[in-house]
Ligand binder design. Sequence first.
Ligand SMILES: [Zn+2]
Length: 353
Amino acid sequence: MRVFEIIDKIRRRPGFYIGDLSLTNLFAYLADDSLRPETNVLDSKEFYQFHSWLSKKFGTCSTQNDLAKKIESQRKEKKEALLYFFELVDEYRGIQHRVLGRIRYHKKTNNDFSSPKHFGLKKISKKVKHFSNFHPAFFLIRKLSLRKKVYEFVVLNQLEEIVHTKSGKRLFDVLMYGEEAFGIDSSEWTEQYRSIPINKKAPCFSYPILRNEHPDKAIKIGEVTSPIAHMVSILNWEIDYEDYEEFIKTPQDTGRYHDAIAILKLKEEMEKSLVLGENMHFPQNEYVPFFASRLLFSGKFMKIFCDKCKEEYVPGEPKISTWSRGSGLAVYAGRTMDCPKGHTLYSIREWNT
Ligand SMILES: [Zn+2]
């Protein structure tokens, strides 16, 4: 294994490999031949070239100890310097990770950063180590562009410096971490498309409205037009969350396999049209209405056509209402969108008990 592969492996669970999070500990681990079948990887040509690159960036560092000190002087905490080092490794290799979502720290999130569940701190002799300098400003979820699939929950300070990370094999794991450690509701991430502005010239997609899950309302066939960029944002998120890239490795006669192929193809077509600036029309595609209903109910559409009154409406004109059926243990509910004259345009079932 080469030095960067080892570093990539360590960064997924640094505490497990090196104990206290610091560059000195990382270098000590990398230099210790007894821990791995490889010889000291810090003596490799690969690391030597990286060391030279760092020396150009931070000034000459003759030894690895110098190097650790220089990088540590860039950050307040040793742990932050280690996280910065991982970013430098990426920068050197020209690796950019895909950011799936970004949200600003807000008061709603849990403020008690002294709790041991934050940052995976351990209680030592009944005392919790405090990070007094810890002021989160932003949270990110990103997919690391490494050989193995890994998602990372990232905490940034006001200067956009990484102060904490937590990685997981599944998107679900890091979402749950965000919820437990910082009180971030999963929906805050999945509704990232809300922040994308609607550009009047943006390429759009349209499709007939046929989705009706209301138990006693009939829908009028109409058409809805939404910006492609918003739908791509939803699909990107969904593909990672449901792990469709894993599903395409499953047997080809499963429903999951077919869903995965169809959704990845849909995303590819939409991204192509987005780049070319072309509009798209889907006469029939079961996946489009399924994912686009979120855009409809959050007002992220350009126009909706009611076939009964032969009129086009813009966001704000149609009326959205909720409905529910059943009682006790068997309640189900959803939302309905009616045109201003009362024709039902769209209706979905969203909740079950
Ligand atoms: Zn109407």
